[in-house]
Write a protein that binds this ligand. Structure first.
Ligand code: GAR
Length: 210
């Protein structure tokens, strides 16, 4: 196989962001390797001026700002994002700190092709403030999850999880930092598995071809 054909087979990824974009950066870094099976083709933010947009621009990736406040409904906002993603020929959507709920229509349109990262070992600690939730629950292991997106919040077949210990002197910040380090390793791995077509879904489970 020539280098050219390897590149042309890379899956085109659209990343949805709302803020800092450190997970976006991890994906950009992974995709900078021409042998990685995916490339970031577009970054969409629902919030103008965020650091994630700067990271994309620095990497030479196209960006779009679609402020959710400009749309009369969740469905109309999602439809605007969908249009831009389809026009860019996107194969896979990655949610990376995208802090909006998605409509069931949008989710259905990207079934099996949309990943989310969540900072807990799902199904524990869905929603916000996951590190606080973990400390309050007194768990000794915490972590992150990358899963296929289904209409329910922080739900869907899991591709990759990474666990970290909770230490006695942890506060939310120290625990978040330990989890984030693992997020940056786990998300590129999950994207690789999906982009290489190694994932099949069986009910709640994914089966990964090794
Ligand atoms: C990450 O910790 C991500 O797991 C979390 O937001 C942070 C975004 O950071 N996502 C969620 O809580 C979604 N339910 P980043 O912008 O630096 O990637």
């Amino acid at each position: 196989m020539s280098a050219g054909s390897a590149v042309s087979q890379r899956k085109k990824v659209g990343v949805l962001v709302s803020g800092r974009g450190s997970n976006l950066q991890a994906l950009l870094d992974a995709c900078a390797d021409p042998t990685f099976p995916a490339e970031i083709a577009l970054v969409i933010s629902n919030v103008p001026g965020v650091l994630a947009l700067e990271r994309a621009q620095k990497a030479g990736v196209a960006t779009a700002v679609i402020p959710h406040r400009d749309y009369p409904s969740r469905e109309a906002f999602d439809a605007a994002m969908d249009l831009v993603l389809r026009a860019a020929g996107i194969d896979i959507v990655c949610l990376a700190g995208f802090m909006r709920l998605l409509s069931s229509e949008f989710v259905a349109g990207w079934q099996g092709a949309m990943l989310n990262i969540h900072p807990s070992l799902l199904p524990s600690f869905k929603g916000l403030h996951t590190h606080r939730q973990a400390l309050e629950a007194g768990v000794k292991l915490h972590g992150c999850t990358i899963h296929l997106v289904t209409p329910d919040l922080d739900d869907g077949p899991i591709l990759v999880q990474a666990a970290v210990p909770v230490q006695d002197d942890d506060d939310e910040d120290s625990l978040a930092a330990r989890v984030l380090e693992q997020e940056h390793r786990a998300y590129p791995l999950a994207l690789r598995l999906l982009a290489e077509g190694r994932v099949t879904v069986d009910g709640n489970r994914t089966l990964i071809r090794r």
